[in-house]
Design a binder for this molecule. Structure first.
Ligand SMILES: [Zn+2]
Length: 230
């Protein structure tokens, strides 16, 4: 008998963290015991924080954390580990994803990962890529996030002054800035190094593929008026 690795993925604001906490709740009610892990939670603390207000304490996975050791330490404290819930799993290293697969295969632990598939360039995060390669089950999170045009939103565009940015760091601290449209905060939260001026000008916006490709953030947000009939 082996455990399973499952990756539920979707764009920002689609309710992944809420789903992660719901699954934890359901498994705990079945009498199963698990650990909650998070990489770069938006709150800045080791918590899984959902935008609808539910928060649970979690263990922070650092860049050099061996996830197998985290589980071993829980065992040493006498805690049984039936499952792991991993939020912001796109930020795991490929090696950490392989450690999760090993825990599933060798220790019979079910691993539930939640995260974003692609970064602001529409390129897979390395951790998400390894999850796509190794997971037993892949599941798009079905909560609809719509582009301003009404099509399904699939890409997290990084926007500054109405312009979709195509280059830059994969993880950017400005993601902590509230999104003026949704009132929510961004998905990633990586470090304290940028100035508040930079923070104020960069935000994320979920776009459909067409408008991501064209770099069109919508008539209201761009300040550039009418859509082009391209
Ligand atoms: Zn669109």
């Amino acid at each position: 008998m082996t455990g399973k690795v499952k990756f539920s993925y979707g764009p920002m604001d689609c309710g992944k963290s809420t789903l992660a906490l719901q699954i934890d709740h359901n498994l705990a009610r079945q009498g199963r015991q698990g650990l909650l892990l998070v990489r770069h939670d938006r709150s800045g603390n080791a918590q899984i924080t959902s935008r609808i207000g539910i928060t649970r304490q979690a263990l922070e996975v650092e860049a050099d954390t061996d996830v197998r050791a985290v589980v071993r330490q829980a065992w040493e404290r006498g805690k049984h580990v039936d499952y792991l819930i991993v939020d912001e799993a796109q930020f795991l290293s490929p090696e950490q994803v392989e450690q999760l697969a090993e825990l599933a295969d060798e220790s019979c632990i079910d691993v539930y990962c939640f995260g974003i598939a692609t970064d602001f360039r529409s390129v897979l995060f390395p951790g998400a890529q390894r999850l796509f390669e190794l997971a037993d089950e892949l599941q798009p999170v079905q909560v609809e996030v719509l582009c301003w045009c009404g099509r399904p939103g699939r890409f997290n565009a990084r926007v500054a002054d109405g312009v979709v940015l195509r280059t830059g760091d994969t993880v950017f601290v400005a993601d902590t800035v509230p999104n003026p449209d949704s009132g929510s905060t961004g998905e990633v939260n990586s470090g304290p190094t940028r100035s508040s001026t930079e923070l104020a000008t960069v935000r994320y916006q979920v776009l459909c593929r067409r408008h991501f490709r064209l770099g069109e953030v919508g008539p209201d947000a761009s300040g550039q008026g009418q859509l082009q009939l391209a």
